[in-house]
Write a protein that binds this ligand. Structure first.
Ligand code: MSK
Length: 621
């Protein structure tokens, strides 16, 4: 069991699941083994019905599919389709939030008033929208319309690319990868990867980069910025995390998925006196709303809501036997949840028309009467409390406090209003560089181990870590999001953290909030008058598994940031594609991918890269 996770709460629930005869992701992985070698190498193609085809990477079998596609073409097409799926997911999330702002401004979504007018006006000005003598509703309407137009814009390029330094824009323009319209890039990926269209691996990967950039400098930023406008820009906030946040004597509701639209309202709904009274009538002492994955990150960043865990803990939360409702929206929700829930009393409630789950109850969320739907869901959870079977309940005691909420605005405020203290700390070497650690868990690797070992090595080497997604949750569970964690950092980073009273790992939000990291990177480059690729920065996804992570990694590299993957992507069937991504891209976009499964060796790669960049900037390595 201990080989599956480093997290005690997880290990305890793995034992309980075994005793309860419940099958989990790890069991299903074992049932899949050995996994398909062709799939692992990326050399199988199902893009037309002459196939499926597979190319033998060792040269003993066929070297081409029926249409003549080589390993290079097949691997590149598969990679580009993964990027398109990931970019589409982030961007459609962004569109959903922008549509809510539109409905709010039209007066059709009364539960969603604008919460951050300063940010609304700042965004309006960025888009050239007049703010003087206009009500916030008028500004919000034009902002929403303009942002929604970015999905199908014909004006040539996306507005947010103007945040990057001119040098970066020139590189993108020269390569023809400046993103044009968010939807357009995804559609073009699907077109180019259809049989008989784009068969050149370089050309395909350039389109993959353009599509990923339409996510990182398009859909994801839309999601972050408009969420801040509607739900408030995060500020440092404290809370606790891991499965120990579940309460034995309360109605436990877990909000899982990605969008803050329903979850933010549901946090408020659960505080309604009549629902609390209903919970007490059922014998519960209260209603405990907790988060999971990135919906969890959204409500943690804004409300300090307890966070039950990261990706591989979603089934385990149900295994505690203490969850009355797991409410899900979109992305990273295992289809197995209703099956696991059937062994306990938990209701799995799906809410998005885009994501239905056989075996779950579907309560459609509607932004036009959001509070009513949220109250209905809370009531369903409350009513389920009496179905709890006490003999099946076992909540692990493991929980840890965290400090989160580091939006760009919060970081600036911690720095006293300007980036200068951070720039000075980097110049002096107190902080050697910054690494963004993001991404998922993956049962093929020991849960949380790579995240934690990688991050610990970095902070020891005076590297400031910024984290999002399930990586940030992993950091939270091991105390790395507390200012006290600075005691394990190198002298320089420790002194900076102590002076600013911040942790050495800054939780910057959900997966779409990697856009916050990119915005900081662009701002630092602009302040120093250099390109992003000149900065002592790196990105890493130590335990990634999702297609969204493929898009993220690609837009981070395409923006000029060296990125280390801790799990092997399915590209090794093409030597040419693998070489382009891990070395050729350096001469094109000024950054490459590296793949390193050992987190300590991965940290060494990041530190060496940072030292190289520092030297090139004339700074002490
Ligand atoms: S939730 S994409 S498992 S980070 Fe954003 Fe976690 Fe990865 Fe989903």
């Amino acid at each position: 069991m201990s080989e599956k996770s480093i997290d005690q709460a997880t290990l305890k629930m793995l034992s309980k699941a075994k005793a309860d005869n419940v099958s989990l992701a790890w069991d299903r992985l074992a049932a899949q083994e050995p996994q398909c070698g062709f799939g692992q190498l990326g050399v199988c193609c199902r893009n037309c019905n002459m196939g499926p085809c597979r190319v033998d990477p060792f040269g003993d079998g066929p070297s081409e599919g029926v249409c003549g596609a080589t390993a290079d073409t097949i691997v590149a097409r598969n990679l580009v389709r993964a990027i398109a799926a990931g970019a589409a997911s982030h961007s459609d999330h962004g569109r959903g939030i922008a549509s809510t702002l539109y409905a709010s401004a039209k007066g059709h979504a009364p539960d969603y008033p604008v919460k951050d007018e300063v940010k609304l006006k700042a965004l309006a000005k960025e888009f050239g929208i007049a703010v003087e003598d206009r009500t916030s509703q008028e500004i919000a309407l034009e902002v929403a319309e303009t942002v929604l137009d970015e999905f199908g814009t014909r004006k040539g390029s996306l507005q947010f690319v103007n945040r990057v330094p001119l040098k970066r824009k020139e590189i993108w323009d020269k390569l023809g990868i400046t993103p044009r319209g968010i939807d357009r890039e995804v559609v073009e990926c699907m077109h180019r990867t259809h049989i008989g269209v784009d068969n050149d691996y370089v050309s395909l990967i350039l389109q993959g980069m353009r599509t990923a950039l339409s996510d990182g400098w398009g859909g994801s930023i839309v999601a972050t910025e408009i969420s801040d406008i509607l739900f408030g820009t995060p500020q440092p906030i404290k809370g606790s995390c891991n499965l120990g946040v579940l309460q034995a004597d309360q109605v436990n509701i877990i909000l899982h998925g990605h969008e803050p639209t329903l979850s933010d309202i549901l946090v408020h709904a659960a505080r309604a006196p009549e629902l609390l009274a209903a919970a007490k009538e059922k014998g519960a002492s209260g209603i405990n709303v907790c988060g999971m994955c990135c919906t969890g990150n959204e409500i943690l960043m804004r409300h300090g809501v307890p966070l039950a865990g990261n990706f591989l803990q979603q089934e385990l939360a149900i295994v505690t036997g203490a969850v009355e409702a797991m409410v899900v929206d979109i992305q990273c929700i295992m289809p197995s949840l209703p099956q696991v829930a059937a062994c306990y009393h938990t209701k799995v409630i799906s809410t998005s028309p885009k994501a239905k789950f056989p075996g779950a109850e579907h309560i459609p969320f509607d932004e036009h009467n959001a509070m009513e739907v949220a109250e209905k869901i809370v009531l369903a959870a409350v009513e389920n409390f009496s179905n709890r079977r006490p003999e099946r309940v076992n909540i692990p005691s493991d929980r840890m406090d965290y400090m989160a909420g580091f939006s760009v605005e919060a970081i600036l405020s911690a720095l006293g209003g300007s980036l200068d203290p951070l720039l000075n700390a980097i110049k002096s070497g107190a902080i050697k560089g910054i690494v963004g650690v993001v991404g998922c868990n993956n049962p093929k690797y020991k849960h949380d181990q790579s995240h934690i070992n990688f991050v610990n090595e970095l902070i020891k080497n005076n590297v400031l870590v910024v984290a999002t997604g399930c990586a940030a949750i992993a950091c939270g569970k091991y105390g790395l999001l507390l200012p006290e964690a600075a005691k394990n950092a190198g002298d320089g980073l420790r002194a900076v953290c102590e002076a600013l009273k911040i942790p050495p790992v800054l939780h910057m939000g959900s997966c779409v909030d990697i856009s916050r990291i990119m915005t900081v990177a662009a701002a630092i480059a602009n302040a120093l008058g250099v390109d992003i690729s000149d900065l002592p920065l790196a990105g890493a996804a130590p335990e990634w598994m999702s297609e969204k992570a493929v898009s993220i990694g690609t837009y981070v590299v395409s923006s000029g940031i060296f990125t280390i993957l801790g799990t092997v992507p399915p590209v090794l069937g093409s030597k040419n594609v693998a070489e382009l991504l891990t070395s050729g891209a350096e001469g094109v976009v000024g950054a490459v991918f590296a793949v390193e499964e050992d987190p300590v060796a991965a940290a060494d790669l990041a530190v060496k890269h940072i030292e190289k960049k520092r030297l090139a900037l004339g700074l002490e390595p």
